[in-house]
Design a protein. Structure first.
Length: 482
């Protein structure tokens, strides 16, 4: 009976070795990019969904210049489009891992991308601009950003432009947040595409920002695919057709030749409160519950290993706990989702999130359960032994019921933390509630209102869990002598 936890633990550790091991050269060779002969029947397109006017949401609908353009390209190629909304910093990692086939998100041409990816012919050309506060008189050209703080997405070409001009780069997730930092005076400038900046200024006339300078070099936007994917040649033909018959110009005029007006804050909140609540029911809560249950089961095995006198059980459990408590959850998510494809293990967003969250929960909950079991007097074990109860039966009937009362408060805290940690799942393509708030805030600029709504929704969930915790504590302590 004592060997059963050993077998469980060894099986778990073997599985973890497969998840966390480094890719060998042989494994990398086996997972070399496949070279298809044609565009796939369903083209998976990576795009941000929070970068107006190129890729953004109106309610639940994904729209924008890049979205409409690639939809027309796919229609002419006779294939379907499956948009995969991805934060910009993760987009090329998703392309490298084979999670998307093509990126349509105003990808600028630069030598590094030309060397590493297949790039289409340009489908739109513009300039870069320097955005600063209207009352800032220090900037007349790009050269004037030298020594100033520039808010940039650190993996974008515009970050390189600003850095080469001598600016100090302040990493920001998206352009809307970067512009907000400039408006607040937290940074000095933003260098970005003229079309995107002018769209922002139109939608935010009270931002207090203005364009101070224009870059001399043109910015050419292209679609990007993996090297040798066999897609770009067909896409280039369609781009040429669309330019020849005027379709490309009509799509351009839809977004850049008309006046747009900013929606009211109330209308933005009203449009998006429903999708945010819906994503709680379809993503946040299920992801929390599934991950917590699996993590709790694994934590019990680890706790039993930790209290064992067998070092073959104790030390591997210690290593597991140290590893997953000592590394950031976001890093664990990225290893499972973007790293494992290099080993030939490609998981969908949901299973990847569940695995990372479950392993993280297990590391913390294992120590909670171990300490709770340690709080049960040693005499309880001895009394159970004297009446002929085995170790397994003693655990189930005597130790764990008493330990549960002690473990409920800290385990409840772990569950509440997990609810909030699910917001990190957006980084690996899971559209949970906070991602919905980000999507809605990007084109509207209603950060305070939408993020405030998201905070209130998280608080309501955690408040409900607090009531459940109190009920469990009362129920488990009902027959305890005072």
């Amino acid at each position: 009976m004592r060997r059963t936890p050993v077998r469980w633990l060894l099986a778990i550790l073997l599985a973890l070795a497969g998840l966390c091991g480094l890719a060998s050269p042989a494994a990398q060779a086996r997972t070399a990019p496949v070279q298809p002969a044609a565009v796939p029947d369903t083209l998976r397109v990576g795009t941000e969904g929070v970068y107006p006017p190129f890729s953004y949401h109106t309610g639940d609908k994904l729209t924008g210049y890049d979205v409409d353009y690639i939809n027309e390209v796919a229609r002419r190629l006779g294939v379907q489009v499956d948009f995969v909304e991805t934060p910009w910093d993760s987009m090329f990692a998703g392309l490298d891992a084979g999670r998307v086939d093509l990126i349509a998100n105003q990808v600028s041409v630069n030598p590094e991308r030309q060397a590493r990816y297949d790039l289409s012919k340009p489908y739109v050309t513009s300039h870069g601009v320097v955005l600063a506060r209207a009352d800032d008189d220090r900037i007349d050209s790009l050269d004037d950003v030298k020594g100033l703080r520039s808010a940039q997405n650190i993996t974008s070409s515009w970050a390189t432009v600003a850095k080469d001009a001598g600016a100090t780069i302040v990493g920001v997730e998206a352009m809307d947040k970067a512009a907000d930092l400039v408006s607040q005076g937290r940074v000095d400038v933003l260098v970005n595409d003229e079309l995107a900046v002018r769209n922002f200024l139109t939608l935010h006339p009270d931002s207090g920002l203005e364009i101070k300078a224009t870059t001399t070099e043109q910015s050419q936007s292209v679609f990007a695919t993996r090297k040798g994917a066999g897609i770009v040649a067909d896409v280039d033909k369609v781009i040429a057709e669309m330019e020849a018959d005027g379709t490309a110009q009509r799509i351009y005029d839809t977004y850049f030749a008309v006046e747009v007006s900013a929606p009211s804050t109330w209308s933005v909140v009203r449009e998006n409160i429903g999708p945010m609540v819906s994503s709680i029911l379809t993503a946040t809560i299920p992801l929390t519950l599934v991950s917590f249950v699996i993590g709790l089961a694994l934590a019990l095995v680890l706790a039993l290993a930790r209290i064992s006198s067998n070092r073959l059980m104790d030390w591997p459990a210690r290593l597991f706990i140290s590893l997953f408590r000592g590394t950031p959850l976001l890093v664990q998510l990225f290893i499972v989702f973007f790293g494992l494809p290099q080993l030939g293990i490609r998981l969908s967003p949901w299973p990847a999130a569940v695995i990372a969250f479950s392993l993280n929960v297990a590391a913390y909950a294992a120590e909670i359960i171990r300490s709770a079991m340690g709080s049960v007097p040693r005499g309880q074990w001895e009394a159970a032994t004297t009446i002929g109860m085995g170790r397994g039966l003693t655990l189930r009937r005597v130790i764990l019921p008493q330990a549960a009362r002690v473990a409920v408060p800290p385990l409840s805290n772990t569950l509440i933390s997990l609810v909030k940690d699910t917001s990190l799942a957006s980084s690996i393509l899971v559209t949970e509630m906070f991602r919905r708030a980000q999507i809605a805030a990007a084109p509207s600029g209603a950060f305070l209102e939408l993020y405030g709504v998201a905070a209130a929704l998280y608080w309501i969930i955690c408040l409900a869990l607090g009531f459940v915790q109190s009920w469990l504590e009362e129920r488990l302590g009902r027959h305890v002598a005072q």
